[in-house]
Design a protein around this ligand. Sequence first.
Ligand code: 13P
Length: 249
Amino acid sequence: MSLRLIANWKLNGSIEFNNQWAEDFFKNFSSKNSKSIGIAPVSIYIGHLKKVIGDCGIEIGAQNICDKEFGERTGEISASMIKDMGCKFSLIGHSERRTFFHESNKIISQKLNQANNNSLIPILCIGETAEENKRNKTYDVLESQINEALRDLNQLSSIIIAYEPVWAIGSGKIPSPEEINSIHKMIKDVVQSRFPKIGLKSVLYGGSVNSDNASSLFVLEHIDGALVGGASLNGKEFAQIANILSELR
Ligand code: 13P
């Protein structure tokens, strides 16, 4: 079963937060299947969060990994270290990393390679800006982000792509579900036609997902799940989104 619902906690959290979140989540999560759920906390809290949620099937992952394996990269964390902590996945190329940390598609490609070498599932994040969307450049931008990130990687045993329009992140605005569905179909077509040896597990949508709009997204064929920011910080709200996903999928 591929990961289908991932919480990206961004720069939020504390020991107390982990405890409260887990209490709220498990009180409200009504499905038996937690195997398709992932949480990406700030890396320093991975060990604590693992202890708090126990052996419930939810996977823990990182929000970012270094493009190098070891050495002179003060402050960074490598894919092998994340693996060592018992993680199964890492987000790669989130738009906040592209914007605030100037991550290029080349660096992102190296990070994908690191994830693959260490058997971490990479969640490659792609998305167009408001300006690109206005100029009808969405398909071109996504296609070139995919091509540039995957070009030098002949084979990736598994990858998940998260489509996150930059203008939809944290804004309360989202494209129409039908629009997202056709963009996801395009993403699947591009990966399958250009990179047939790459194992694309699922295409998730991210950007202002919450328990009110989740069902309109998850009913559609090519929207395999979601990468959730703000709404994932509340354990109850995230459990409600997870319940909707397990009812519809
Ligand atoms: P929001 O759900 O807060 O819009 O954030 C989406 C996101 O960036 C997930 O990676």
